[in-house]
Design a protein around this ligand. Structure first.
Ligand code: NAD
Ligand code: ZN
Ligand code: ZN
Length: 344
């Protein structure tokens, strides 16, 4: 396709995004071009722009990995897509398909994987290119604004919950009730778990209650470890989507013997360190695991929950020109639910 598009782009690390006119990218072999309708703003995009992680993003950077839109062009060799099909693009742009991890169905830890909006241009743009093998197919009737956050916040928290192996009827503590966490509460409830929500902001805890959390703890006022151990004898599982290291320490502390915590948040930089009790992990046979986005199977399952109405992101739409203001609000923890860029 010929012509130009608007995109939010960072050319130099540590600088704000700028809206620029760029040529529309071309779909190469195995790729599709997508006309973007909506793109959620994930805290990972802010980490990318702020340079919180090592290695940093490929520059120039166009962030965005909660992308929903329509197929606008189809590259050579791509099968199974038609122009106008609704699709979603997640963080996992691609994986090699050949390494021991890909062969074992663990493509989320493929060392040759590419990331949308980090190593490849993402969805803060009117058009983006994606690897056809890794996009989610969406029905024509899907609300693309509501489905966008499922492409990262949804699939990531769904996989994190699965990795704890917590069964229906058991307690799940969710640290951080932001974009990811408010969706995690809903998956956990839909999966039959009993939910405890922990955040440092009462507005977010109120939302968690509304979404089905049985117990809420404001970690600014009450120690979640003492509270959860005293009230229920510890949680069977925990997931951490918070952006503060204390939450990762407390998430080990709230577990009951044989419990599992899945780390999802990635505070980065100086906040990338924790201190914990070795004897608690040893004596109580605890499991601490990481969880990195999701496989294509996780993605399709996570999207099905949303399409069936079991999980619904609380969204607020904003134009692409607002992106630096949205990032400022996110740095201050002021966003309730998920901001979604209205790009169509
Ligand atoms: P967000 O800013 O929307 O939410 C973060 C939440 O953490 C906020 O509600 C905030 O109030 C809360 N919080 C801050 N300090 C806290 C504390 N001490 N205790 C409890 N809660 C606290 O961010 P998001 O988009 O939900 O992303 C969260 C994190 O997850 C980011 O670090 C992001 O990069 C990471 N992430 C990881 C993956 C992955 O695959 N592992 C995928 C997506 C996002
Ligand atoms: Zn994300
Ligand atoms: Zn691989």
């Amino acid at each position: 396709m010929q012509g130009t598009m608007k995109a939010a782009i960072q050319r130099k690390a540590g600088t704000p995004l700028k809206i620029e006119k760029l040529p529309i990218p071309q779909a190469g072999p195995g790729e599709i071009l997508i006309k973007v309708t909506a793109c959620g703003v994930c805290h990972s995009d802010l980490h990318a722009v702020d340079g919180d992680w090592n290695p940093g993003p490929t520059l120039p950077l166009i962030p965005g990995h909660e992308v929903a839109g329509h197929v606008a062009a189809i590259g050579a060799g791509v099968k199974g897509f038609r122009l106008g099909d609704a699709v979603g693009v997640p963080w996992m742009y691609s994986a090699c398909g050949q390494c021991e991890f890909c062969q074992a169905g663990m493509e989320t830890i493929c060392k040759s994987g590419e990331a949308s909006g980090y190593t490849k241009p993402g969805g803060y743009a009117e058009f983006m290119v994606a690897d056809a093998k890794f996009v989610a197919k969406l029905p024509k009737t899907a609300n693309l604004y509501e489905i966008a956050p499922i492409l990262c916040a949804g699939v990531t928290t769904y996989r994190g919950l699965k990795r704890t192996k917590v069964r229906p009827g058991k307690w799940m503590t969710i640290f951080g009730i932001g974009g990811l966490g408010h969706i995690a509460v809903q998956y956990a409830v839909a999966m039959g778990m009993r939910v405890i929500a922990v955040d440092v902001d009462d507005v977010k805890l109120k939302l968690a209650k509304k979404l089905g959390a049985e117990m809420v703890v404001n970690a600014k006022k009450v120690d979640p470890v003492a509270e959860i151990q005293a009230k229920i004898g510890g949680s069977h599982g925990a997931v951490v989507t918070a952006v503060a290291p204390q939450a990762f320490e407390q998430a080990i502390g709230v577990l009951r013997p044989a419990g599992t915590v899945a780390y999802i948040g990635l505070p980065g930089g100086k906040s990338d360190q924790i201190r914990t009790s070795i004897s608690q992990i040893t004596n109580w046979e605890l499991t601490v695991t990481g969880s990195n986005v999701g496989t294509r199977l996780d993605l399709n399952e996570a999207v099905a929950f949303a399409l069936n109405g079991l999980v619904k992101a609380k969204i607020q739409k904003a134009p692409l020109t607002q992106i630096n203001k949205i990032f400022n609000d996110m740095r201050r923890g002021k966003i309730v639910g998920r901001m979604v860029l209205d790009i169509a």
